[in-house]
Design a protein around this ligand. Structure first.
Ligand SMILES: C[S@@+](CC[C@H](N)C(=O)[O-])C[C@H]1O[C@@H](n2cnc3c(N)ncnc32)[C@H](O)[C@@H]1O
Length: 209
């Protein structure tokens, strides 16, 4: 079995530059928990593999995941990111701008994921990344299935949720909602999926063409 030391080694496989370190500091300042370096690297890799020009994200935070995604996207790609908290998005804007991204590369929408997602374009996204309210993960999956283009990828953060998802005795609303989504994704024949044990768990699924 993989040891904690090996998991930590994989998590830190790619190091973060000053812009990501600054974005993490902003997250700390406002009490946001961003993806770890391993999860961030996986997001960047997935965006690159599908040559993403259009990515939707629910849960901007202060832009750690967004910066990793932008770095994997095509040079003219646009990140659309939604967050309830205008202050988090103000800090994310700082993150993206300081990292050298022009304003036309990112579209920040302040609002609740479930209010905004129905207004986004059907099959308009190469990657849809979900990292907002864990209790809403089931509804995010319904929306993401509509938003992602065939061949595109849906990704959920916190798929292992602090080791609670794997423990059937844990039945709090967040854990149950995430466990439900993991099961739905695994059983959906329209999706090819993988559960990556990076950070707090990254569930990725490709919509088959
Ligand atoms: C875990 S943080 C996101 C971290 C970010 N994805 C990263 O890795 O850098 C979750 C974010 O989701 C936002 N959020 C919580 N509930 C939400 C909802 N219902 N709709 C949109 N955003 C929400 C919070 O304000 C917070 O900024």
């Amino acid at each position: 079995m993989t040891t904690a030391a090996s998991l930590a080694y994989a998590e830190d496989f790619l190091s973060e530059d000053d812009h990501l370190v600054a974005a993490r500091r902003r997250s700390d300042d406002v009490g946001v928990i961003p993806v770890g370096p391993g999860g961030g690297a996986a997001l960047s890799f997935l965006a690159s593999v599908v040559q993403a020009k259009s990515v939707a994200e629910i849960g901007t935070g202060t832009g750690v995941s967004g910066l990793w995604l932008l770095r994997g996207m095509q040079p003219d790609g646009v990140l659309t990111s939604v967050d309830l908290e205008a202050e988090h998005q103000r800090l994310a804007r700082e993150t993206f701008t300081e990292a050298g991204y022009a304003p036309q590369r990112f579209r920040l929408i302040a609002g609740a994921g479930l209010d905004v997602m129905p207004r986004l374009t059907d099959a308009g996204y190469d990657v849809v990344f979900l990292d907002g309210d864990k209790v809403e993960y089931g509804e995010y999956l319904d929306q993401a299935m509509r938003l992602v283009r065939p061949g595109g990828i849906i990704v959920f953060d916190n798929a292992l949720w602090h080791d609670r998802v794997a423990d059937p005795a844990q039945r709090d609303p967040e854990t149950s909602a995430i466990r439900d989504v993991v099961q739905r994704v695994r059983n959906d024949e329209r999706l090819r999926s993988v559960l990556l044990p990076l950070g707090d768990g990254l569930l990725a699924a490709q919509l088959l063409a």
